[in-house]
Write a protein that binds this ligand. Sequence first.
Ligand code: ADP
Ligand code: 5GP
Length: 204
Amino acid sequence: MYREKGLLIVLSGPSGAGKSTVIGGLLKRRDDIRFSVSATTRDPRPGEEDGRDYYFRTREEFLRMIDKNAFLEYAEYVGNYYGTPAGPVDECLEAGYNVLLDIEVQGAAQVMERRPDAVSVFLCPPSLQELERRLRGRSTDSEEKIKGRLDKAVQEIGRMPTYNYTIINDVAEDAVRELDAIITAERCRTARKLYIISEGDFIS
Ligand code: ADP
Ligand code: 5GP
């Protein structure tokens, strides 16, 4: 059997659209996915664990990581820094795993430029009203943060046309199935299989 590199998948969407929920569902369905754990300067929410949900870092620590060129991308979002540590992403891709990044739109644009092979997916809420309901229902953010995230959502949805795929997260299980299908189809693209001709045993 051929040894393939994994797929780099960028998932973006407004805060509260359901990215974590959909990723959780996807990880249960597939064992060939690795979730990229980001570094952030924001405070942990109840139930979040350092090293599993995020690497929670001080601003100084984060700035040092920027200086060391440790990030594949990073961005500032509603007053905090968020970044993708580059090393683990490349190790997992080399090992053949599909790597999933849950990142906002500025960081996603950096990845799309640096890694043209990446597959980008935008997760859209069914409406702004529903987004507000979900953000309040999660009850993890202050009123000020919720307002900031809703304002940001309108700008973020404007970036949707730059993504390869869009999924509307109305029913979460449907959204998970769609993301699963996108990954399966993308791995089957002929352009990703041409190595079979150059490296395989089909050459006479
Ligand atoms: P994100 O990671 O995009 O910020 P979350 O996954 O934390 O969003 O979801 C925000 C809130 O909305 C959570 O309370 C979650 O349970 C809920 N939620 C997610 N997807 C759906 C859905 N399809 N229908 C209803 N509620 C949802
Ligand atoms: P939250 O604070 O709700 O966990 O995340 C806020 C936003 O930051 C979300 O849109 C999420 O996708 C984004 N985010 C999480 N990690 C990263 C990262 O490493 N880089 C960038 N650019 N955005 C991230």
